[in-house]
Design a binder for this molecule. Structure first.
Ligand code: C6P
Length: 404
């Protein structure tokens, strides 16, 4: 059971006021808030350990290296990767996807097909379009239905011997749909295709087990799960990471450099060129510890209650339509009110101290599917409350009155 009052004490930002009102933060899918434990880790690093890593013989450098590598081990354990070197620390989900897409430049050819789901964030569309332009491979789309669920029978039809790669998010950022990724992974493997799962939105709610999933690549960002911005993880199966060429060249990713030829370092360093976000990596480890101490089962069950309550209360508002009504759904509610632009609702809510996201949520194809310019999106985290949802509902009613 979650002790919500105690948890809220961990997040200093929840005490601030916005426009003279207590902050109600419902933009968790854009970025989550940061607990004191993670803030302390950042302050501690810059106060006591700041040094470059994997380079110095001096004590500070060795201590910073130990902390950074300890964080990698925490992340490995959290996602249950078989080896720590299968965990590549990146700048975030976008970086991880681009790294894999770039690597496949040498592995794809004209005639090959790659499948993307209709539910993707631009990060999991554009790099693959760029890959297809480079290689002559064809991008095909797994469609969705009116509820925002992928149509699995069409997915099955689209899979063939030509399919080399599938990419799909674990949870849609715009609609909250939880995709049946285990089934999708198994189906991709049956035709010999590799599959990448974008876990940007799942990691705050679910603890994925990459070995049990048997996934080839899994990517996420620390800032979605109580960590800092500018750091994230790419998990890749060892055999796949070995097949991919390095993404960026520079310091730390090499074995030997001469002007005639360079040989590369082993995993994970082959993919970690340059000075990484050292403090960010260490704080990512602290965020993983923090969330595990609360427990993902407790988080998921509490957030599910918030989702059900908010859905029920919001639907009482005349003219309000929710986009994304999948059976399997997480705590994201995208909605519009007939005749009112989402941006106007978001602006009025902000005056009441309520932070929501408005617009296309970097998922324009989803908005095109529903023939709308965008939605208001309220996304809940385990530190939100029922009382905050009541305030949101009241705020939306007021906005509706002002704008109708
Ligand atoms: N979605 C949102 O408001 P980065 O920016 O690399 O940390 O994450 C990109 C990304 C990739 N995939 C999914 C499913 C995402 O939701 C996001 C980020 C935020 O929905 C910011 S656009």
């Amino acid at each position: 059971m979650i002790n919500i009052a105690k948890i809220r004490e961990d997040f200093p930002i929840l005490n601030r006021k916005v426009n003279g009102k207590p902050l109600i933060y419902f933009d968790n899918a854009a970025t989550s808030q940061t607990p004191q434990r993670v803030i302390d880790e950042i302050v501690n690093y810059y106060s006591n350990y700041n040094a470059n890593i994997h380079r110095g013989v001096h004590t500070l450098s060795q201590e910073a290296t130990d902390l950074y590598e300890a964080a990698r081990l925490k992340i490995q354990k959290h996602f249950n990767a078989k080896h720590s070197y299968e965990v590549i620390l990146t700048s975030g989900t976008t970086h991880g996807i681009n790294l894999v897409a770039n690597g496949f430049s040498t592995l794809l050819h004209k005639g090959d097909e790659v499948l993307v789901s209709a539910l993707e964030h631009h990060s999991n569309i554009v790099p693959w379009q760029m890959l297809c332009e480079r290689t002559g491979a064809t991008l095909k789309v797994i469609p969705m239905n009116e509820h925002g669920e992928l149509i699995m029978s069409t997915y099955e039809e689209l899979l063939s011997e030509q399919t080399k790669l599938v990419f799909v998010n674990h949870i849609s950022n715009a609609l909250g749909t939880i995709n049946p990724i285990k089934q999708m992974i198994d189906m991709a493997h049956k035709v010999g295709a590799a599959i990448l799962i974008d876990g940007a939105q799942s990691c705050p709610h679910i603890k994925p087990d990459v070995q049990e999933l048997d996934v080839d690549f899994y990517v996420t960002s620390a800032h979605k799960m109580c960590g800092p911005t500018g750091v994230g993880m790419l998990y890749g199966k060892e055999e796949w990471l070995n097949k991919l060429p390095p993404y960026q060249g520079g310091g730390e990713m090499i074995d030997q450099v001469t002007f005639a030829k360079t040989t590369y370092a082993g995993l994970p360093h082959k993919f970690e060129a340059g000075t990484p976000n050292i403090c960010g990596g260490i704080a990512f480890g602290a965020a993983v510890d923090y969330m595990n101490a609360i427990g993902f089962d407790a988080i998921a069950s509490y957030e599910h209650k918030l989702l059900n309550y908010a859905t029920k209360q919001l639907l009482k508002i005349d003219g309000l339509k929710i986009y994304g009504t999948a059976k399997e759904k997480t705590s994201v509610i995208s909605f519009n009110i007939e005749g009112i632009h989402p941006y106007d609702i978001g602006t009025i809510l902000d005056k009441m101290g309520i932070a929501v996201r408005t617009g296309h949520h970097c998922a324009q194809p989803i908005m095109d599917f529903f023939k709308i310019p965008g939605t208001v999106r309220a996304s809940f985290a385990f530190y939100n409350t029922k009382e905050e949802i009541d305030a949101l509902v009241k705020g939306v009613e007021t906005a509706k009155m002002m704008l109708s």
